[in-house]
Design a protein around this ligand. Structure first.
Ligand SMILES: NC(=O)c1ccc[n+]([C@@H]2O[C@H](COP(=O)([O-])OP(=O)(O)OC[C@H]3O[C@@H](n4cnc5c(N)ncnc54)[C@H](O)[C@@H]3O)[C@@H](O)[C@H]2O)c1
Length: 357
């Protein structure tokens, strides 16, 4: 029996354009999806590159005009994988046209923008690609927390460490320009940490932070440090930087609760580390648990970065077929934007500030 068809327009053909293209191609291979996917239109700026990318990933048509792409009546779903400043205009136009909207992170370049986007998308299925929620070890961490294994949480500690800011040979790109990126590591890296933290440990009430720009003449932050108070009474520290020489992509967190500790590092993404406070003294220590998603390979067979996007897309589609939202939604993205907004205000004021949005 044929399934309902979803006709997709993907806006952006860069790093995430490829990650998302792969997800549309691979999801039907691993999941018995409730829909058929039609990779109809790939949109970008450079026509030559577009033709090659479309041919590689099997997109039927190309376009260099996102407005025309969003307005097409034969498109059901608009997927946004372009620089951050374009997220809002494309998402608002897509939601207004009644399309489903999937958007890369950070949802917006400001909290006000995120609020508008969340409101506009209320009437259409929507999703934000905070893909790390789909790392099986992170999902198991959430399950352990829900099961009460670590009980009351005392500390939440997260770092996102990259080193490419320190490379003088690297050509400047949109990520280091406020007009296109909105912010530096705040939106790029801290947003990932905050989304995961809100999902695992609940709302953040107030923050204190410092932002630093090491590169001369750059108008975005290269590093951020954040102290946070969570609504559940726990306290958090967050650090994100592009100047952590020695680290390529270290997205990590540790949670200490009265019942134990949970620890994750993306650089070892197939493992979750767990310590149980009640274990007998002679067996107390950190256990390294291999974690898999059985939808992909058999236990013990590692998965990679790309599987987080495939699993996220599958979750969105299964949710859609049940009439349920898959998280993170634009509303979740707005909540993260509220914490980033507070972080920027706190740094400017050199003071503790409440999260207000
Ligand atoms: N979830 C993640 O792990 C993750 C990782 C990297 C980037 N991102 C996010 O994905 C988004 C894209 O980042 P990227 O690394 O793929 O960037 P990129 O520079 O590799 O690609 C950006 C793409 O946007 C296209 N583009 C720019 N302006 C356009 C316009 N006016 N019309 C049509 N296309 C246009 C470019 O042609 C290019 O294909 C950003 O919001 C970024 O924060 C998410």
């Amino acid at each position: 029996m044929s399934k309902p068809l979803i006709r997709v327009a993907l806006i952006g053909q860069g790093f995430m354009g490829r990650a998302h293209s792969n997800a549309y191609r691979q999801a039907p291979h691993f999941f018995d999806l409730p829909y058929d996917l039609d990779c109809r239109l790939l949109c970008g700026r450079n026509r030559d590159v577009l033709e090659k990318t479309a041919a590689t990933w099997g997109w039927s048509e190309i376009s260099t005009d996102w407005r025309a792409a969003v307005a097409r009546s034969d498109i059901d779903l608009v997927d946004i994988a372009v620089p951050n400043a374009l997220h809002a205009p494309i998402a608002l136009a897509a939601a207004e046209a009644g399309k489903m909207v999937l958007c890369e992170k950070p949802l917006a370049t400001s909290a006000e923008e995120a609020v508008r986007m969340a409101e506009a998308a209320r009437g259409v299925p929507n999703f934000v690609w905070f893909n790390y929620r789909r790392v099986p070890a992170v999902a198991l961490c959430r399950r352990f927390i829900d099961e009460g294994r670590i009980g009351r949480v005392f500390h939440y500690r997260a770092t996102y460490l990259q080193e490419w800011g320190n490379d003088p040979t690297r050509p400047p790109g949109w990520k280091t320009q406020r007009a296109e990126a909105g912010s530096g590591v705040l939106g790029d890296l801290l947003s990932h940490l905050v989304d995961t933290a809100l999902w695992l440990n609940g709302p953040i009430r107030e923050v204190c932070s410092l932002l630093e720009t090491f590169a001369t003449g750059r108008d975005v932050d290269d590093a951020v440090m954040l102290l946070a108070r969570f609504a559940n009474g726990s306290i958090g520290t967050f650090e994100a930087t592009r100047y952590a020489v020695g680290y390529t992509n270290c997205n990590a967190f540790t949670i200490h609760g009265e019942g134990g500790m949970l620890r994750f590092n993306l650089e070892e993404m197939n493992w979750l580390e767990y310590a149980e406070a009640a274990a007998p003294r002679e067996r107390r220590g950190i256990v390294r648990v291999p974690v898999a998603n059985p939808s992909f390979w058999k236990p013990g067979h590692p998965i990679g970065y790309e599987h987080t996007f495939i699993a996220a897309l599958a979750d969105f589609l299964f949710g859609l077929s049940r009439g349920e939202a898959a998280h993170p939604t634009f509303e979740d993205g707005r909540e993260t934007a509220g914490v980033l907004d507070a972080a920027a205000r706190a740094a400017a004021a050199r003071a503790w500030v409440p999260v207000t949005i």
